[in-house]
Ligand binder design. Structure first.
Ligand code: F0G
Length: 455
């Protein structure tokens, strides 16, 4: 059949509370036009993030009851460890409370002053943890990955030649090479198996360990299966096993492709490094067989990791994003194409050409989406990454984007139809979009708490 249906039935529901446009206008003004300031119950469709917002399955909830809460040697840890070993083949599995905790532990050991860590595109928390350690984070994304509407299969790929040149020049400063699958900061774009293999080979040539930031590894594997020659007949598990076979280690936020609301882990092959990581773990997270998580969380992660490998689920998942992208493209709405694995990214500069980057076009669109239809999206542009030069002028990032991240298994097709309808209406009325100014901001990570004024 042509219709791809949600591969689940709904057993437990949460109500959505409806607000009127007038109420939303008032609520947004009350929080200084910062969508992070809203109460979640004042949001109709929450697309702020796909992280920690998944709906768990009946089997995961059963796992929650079944979790073994022993301080040491919990049965749930051994299930967690065994599942991750089966998928990744990595030897040492270290649970953490979320992805950035794994990053923090890793970079507090291998980072530090003078070190440089290359990636296709570092996610903000990875960059922050690297920089916090005193090291430097460098992005080596391929050129096509930087062009919003350039159609290519694997726009998340690292530029292998650039990596080779980079390592030739800086080898002694590089403790490891990283690759983020899928590339969240670059539009949720996938990385090909060929690229994973080549990056691994170049890293090995220079004697450098190769790590995957693997939050969305299963979504990436599905793209490999459907877009890369030779993988059509392989199972998702086989593709994942091959992806990880090239890696010496990984960091993981289980809040994405492990379908849970909290959790993460670090996995690696180097026993000496693993011991150092566990030494930090016991101080900052917990004993190595729970590491910042309850036994029930380990159980839910293990179950989620089994479920994410289901091809019917992944087909529905990737199709959902593509379906939203197609509806928007048909209406002329500019976005990053092709759509990636977990979100649709609107191209805000093209969406409202009249608003210059220093007056925050993405913020303007995100506010309009909330007022029009109660949708909460996330600006990824000058609000999030803008900096000031010495004269107080805004330096903007390359792209002004609005991310609509789709939580896993939480919304149905009619929710997505509604989202498309709201975005298209805001697009048709784009002449009414207002520029914004920041009236209050903290020194760091301003997008979370800054206050805005409509101009
Ligand atoms: N790496 C990537 C690629 C991510 O997308 C995230 C989180 C992390 C690491 C950190 O994981 O949140 O568990 O500490 N991304 C979320 C997002 C926050 O909305 O994209 P965490």
């Amino acid at each position: 059949m042509k219709t791809i249906i949600e591969p689940f039935r709904i057993k437990s529901i949460e109500p959505i509370y409806f607000t009127t446009e007038t109420e939303r206008k008032q609520k947004l003004a009350e929080v200084g036009y910062n969508l992070f300031g809203l109460k979640a119950e004042d949001v109709i469709i929450d697309l702020l993030t796909d992280s920690g917002t998944s709906a768990m399955s009946a089997m995961q909830w059963a796992g929650i009851m079944n979790g073994d809460e022993s301080y040491a040697g919990s049965r749930s840890f051994y299930r967690f460890e065994e599942t991750i070993k089966k998928i990744t083949g990595l030897d040492y599995i270290i649970p953490t409370h979320q992805g950035r905790a794994a990053e923090k532990i890793l970079f507090s050991i291998v980072g530090g002053e003078g070190q440089i860590i290359p990636n296709n595109t570092h996610f903000d928390t990875t960059r922050a943890n690297i920089e916090f350690s005193g090291a430097q984070a460098v992005d080596l994304l391929n050129e096509n990955g930087k062009k919003p509407d350039f159609i290519a299969d694997f726009k998340g790929n690292m530029d292998v030649e650039k990596l080779r040149d980079f390592l030739t020049e800086n080898a002694e400063k590089v403790p490891l090479v990283m690759l983020t699958i899928t590339n969240n900061s670059g539009g949720g774009q996938p990385v090909s198996m060929e690229n994973i293999r080549q990056v691994s080979e170049v890293s090995k040539t220079f004697g450098k360990p190769f790590f995957l930031d693997a939050c969305r590894f299963a979504e990436n594997a599905y793209f490999i299966k459907t877009r890369e020659k030779g993988y059509e007949k392989k199972t998702i598990l086989e593709i994942c096993q091959e992806m990880f076979s090239y890696a010496d280690g990984m960091t993981m936020s289980a809040k994405k492709d492990a379908l849970v609301n909290i959790g993460g882990f670090l996995a690696l092959n180097d026993g000496v490094l693993a011991q150092k990581c566990r030494n930090v773990l016991v101080v900052t997270e917990g004993f190595p067989t729970y590491g910042g998580l309850a036994g029930r969380d380990l159980e839910a992660i293990a179950q989620g990791l089994e479920e994410i490998l289901d091809e019917n689920y992944l087909q529905y998942r990737i199709r959902t994003i593509e379906y939203l992208g197609e509806k928007l493209t048909k209406a002329g709405v500019p976005l990053i194409l092709p759509t990636g694995g977990h979100a649709v990214y609107l191209d805000a500069s093209k969406f409202c050409k009249e608003i210059p980057s220093w007056q925050f076009p993405g913020q303007s669109i995100a506010c309009a989406l909330y007022i029009k239809g109660g949708i909460r999206a996330c600006e990824i542009g000058s609000v999030m990454f803008g900096k000031y030069d010495e004269d107080g002028k805004t330096i903007s990032p390359d792209l002004e984007l609005v991310r609509l991240a789709i939580p896993r298994r939480a919304y149905t097709q009619s929710h997505i139809d509604y989202v498309a309808e709201v975005i298209i209406e805001v697009f048709e009325e784009r002449a009414n979009l207002r520029p914004f100014a920041i009236v209050e901001e903290p020194p760091l990570l301003r997008h979370f708490t800054a206050k805005f004024q409509e101009l």
